[in-house]
Design a protein around this ligand. Structure first.
Ligand code: HAM
Length: 436
């Protein structure tokens, strides 16, 4: 192969290889580790009785624009969107709006009063790639649709925490807040604007712009000077009505009852516009600048933003898988080893190679993991390959052994060899693999 490939994967995306990715453009964890993470996520979420939903990667752009919000960074700057014919398509930047679309479209409310759905899959945002921030990344998450109780919020947060607990991750920080409802938010927005307007010339250009368009977003500034300016800002909780406050108090009480530690952060607003009431974010100290492992909240009005005629109470979270990997690696997580190859069939000569193909099939039917030489290499090269693949046994098939209906089975660790009749090979290997 030539040294310089003609094509490379797009910056901010990566290939997941069967082995640890050490080259540029490959994820540093092998596909086996991804499968493991996905399996743990599924097991934990299914224990909570969340069931999987798979929605398309392609969605109508308008769904995301209306769902996530025109003024958000995601919609205004980060969508991979294109037009074909009369249709505007977007590569989904998140999965909450698509899940709500599917819920409304398929009348899932008729399948049970509460729908508990989970997903795992890729999302796309045209952000500036850096550690923990990619253009194609992967999320897992849940959406609990149909319940407006604070218990539902607590259930979603408990499911999120259970996933990280299953991986044994330590030092996580859960922050929570409430944003009130459709009445309190605009009133708060105006109060915040009134507070910040006289300070406008001390704000960063981005915040000055947000003061006009979306002042709440100024609250999650990382700029130290701005943070100090915000210390005297009005708090959203003072604008939330009694019902909203009672909901928030109940969520906190449930988290306490569940033994889930949290901190209240009156400035936690999140970057998507569909939230009402509870919002939350989970951080890990191991992530650096992109500190959020997961985030979510309640979004009772999203259904109406998508054209439904009544609110549909819902709450969910989503988590970045790449960021979970960063935290796992930082904490020295032991990923399961690759399962070993049970046998590598070494064949000598054309006829033997044909027989090996058929024998391999029979051994696989018997449940063994088996590979064979497909290049007609020398015996030495084939034995090296059996070694490289860490096969437990090499099954050597020469023309003479085959003529006698036998093969030589070599234990690759001890070097011991014995002849085994071909029709007993599967049972022999299965027994041998079981005891070793
Ligand atoms: P989000 O906070 O935009 O929320 O994304 C959730 C998680 O996805 C983040 O905490 C982060 O771990 C990961 N993530 C986001 N962008 C990137 C990126 N460019 N590269 C790598 N990881 C990233 C949502 O998406 C909402 N749909 C969450 C939700 C579900 N709310 C209610 N239900």
């Amino acid at each position: 192969m030539s040294l310089e490939p003609t094509f490379r994967n797009i910056r901010g995306t990566f290939d997941i290889l069967p082995q640890d990715g050490r080259s540029e453009g490959a994820h540093d964890m092998p596909s086996r580790a991804w499968q493991h993470v996905e399996q743990v996520v599924r097991e934990v979420l299914e224990r909570f009785n969340f069931r999987e939903i798979r929605t398309p990667i392609l969605e109508p752009t308008e769904l995301i624009a209306r769902g996530v919000g025109q003024l958000t960074d995601i919609v205004s700057k980060e969508m991979f969107a294109f037009r074909r014919g009369d249709t505007n398509y977007v590569l989904r930047p998140e999965v909450t709006a698509p899940v709500m679309r599917a819920y409304l479209q398929h009348r899932l409310d008729q399948q049970g009063a509460v729908q508990k759905l989970y997903y795992i899959g890729p999302c796309f945002r045209a952000e500036n790639p850096q550690k923990g921030r990619y253009r194609q990344f992967h999320q897992f998450g849940v959406e609990l649709i149909g319940a407006e109780t604070p218990e539902a919020d607590a259930e979603v947060i408990a499911a999120m925490m259970a996933v990280y607990e299953a991986f044994g991750l330590k030092n996580l920080r859960l922050r929570i807040n409430t944003l009130g409802d459709a009445e309190s938010r605009p009133r708060y927005r105006e109060a915040l604007r009134a507070y910040l307007q006289p300070l406008a010339d001390r704000l960063t250009p981005t915040s000055r712009q947000r003061l006009e368009t979306n002042p709440l977003r100024i609250l999650d500034t990382k700029d130290e000077r701005e943070r100090r300016l915000l210390e005297g800002a009005p708090r959203i909780i003072d604008f939330v009505d009694e019902k909203g406050r009672a909901h928030y108090e109940a969520v906190k009480a449930h988290l306490q009852a569940l033994g889930i530690a949290f901190e209240e952060d009156p400035f936690l607003v999140r970057g998507l516009d569909y939230y009402t009431h509870t919002t939350f974010e989970l951080e890990s100290p191991d992530l650096g600048a992109q500190s959020a492992l997961a985030g979510g909240g309640r979004y009772d009005l999203l259904a109406m933003d998508l054209g439904h005629d009544a609110p549909v109470p819902a709450v969910g979270f989503a988590a970045g898988i790449e960021r979970l990997f960063i935290a796992l690696q930082a904490q020295g997580y032991a990923f399961p080893e690759e399962p070993p190859l049970d046998a590598y069939l070494v064949s000598l000569g054309e006829e033997a190679m044909r027989r090996a193909l058929v024998e391999a099939q029979a051994l696989r039917r018997a449940g063994l993991r088996v590979d064979l030489d497909l290049k007609g290499r020398s015996m030495k090269a084939q034995m090296r390959e059996a070694n490289r693949q860490q096969a437990r046994y090499a099954v050597i098939m020469g023309e003479r052994e085959l003529a006698e209906g036998r093969a030589v089975v070599r234990d690759m660790q001890s070097g011991q060899q014995q002849e085994v009749p071909l029709d007993e090979l599967a049972d022999f290997l299965k027994g041998a693999v079981r005891v070793s």
